[in-house]
Design a binder for this molecule. Structure first.
Ligand code: RP5
Length: 165
């Protein structure tokens, strides 16, 4: 695969089941990406090095996922001026702790925070594709097709329900 445009980071390999939803979307749109386990608390020096290197080697958007005291996305944002999308991972507190830790950034250091869990992971990847599509007409077209396919799916649901009534 060519040089990664999106860097997916997660605080633990235990986050992968959820973050696979982001990987699947990037594969679907054929967006080159990298996936790394790096922790804000357990490997802070490696994390800082990865973010600085990636930012200067073609990565345009970061997706950072963590659970519990979820500081990963904020720590990524501390080391880059590129957009950072945060995914709160489901936790012992049902992800509310992860959500608040990710979303409550201080003024001046934004993290675009998505929903808790699978929907957030998939939507972070779609949002990353939308950011890249601003300067990539091929991706913009693929996103339009994606919207059409979602509308068609709703219509199929409508037909299915109508048959049951
Ligand atoms: C966070 O702690 C990780 O992002 C993960 O969601 C959570 C639990 O990590 P493990 O104990 O499974 O490694 O840092």
């Amino acid at each position: 695969m060519s040089k990664a445009q999106v860097s997916i980071l997660m605080g633990s390999d235990s986050d992968f089941d959820i973050m696979k939803n982001a990987v699947d979307i990037l594969k679907q749109f054929e967006v080159a990406h990298s996936v790394r386990v790096l922790s804000a608390h357990r490997s802070p020096a490696d994390l800082a090095e990865h973010v600085r290197n990636s930012s200067s080697h073609g990565v345009k958007v970061f997706i950072a996922a963590a659970g519990g005291a979820a500081h990963l996305a904020g720590a990524v944002a501390a080391h880059t001026t590129h957009p950072v999308l945060g995914v709160p991972i489901t936790s012992v507190l049902n992800g509310l702790d992860s959500l608040l830790s990710t979303v409550q950034m201080p003024k001046g250091v934004p993290v675009g925070t998505l929903a808790i869990g699978e929907a957030g992971a998939a939507n972070a990847a779609i949002l990353a594709v939308q950011i890249l599509a601003l300067s990539d007409p091929g991706l913009a077209k693929a996103l339009k097709d994606f919207k059409v396919s979602q509308a068609e799916k709703v219509q199929r649901g409508n037909e299915k329900v109508a048959q049951l009534c």
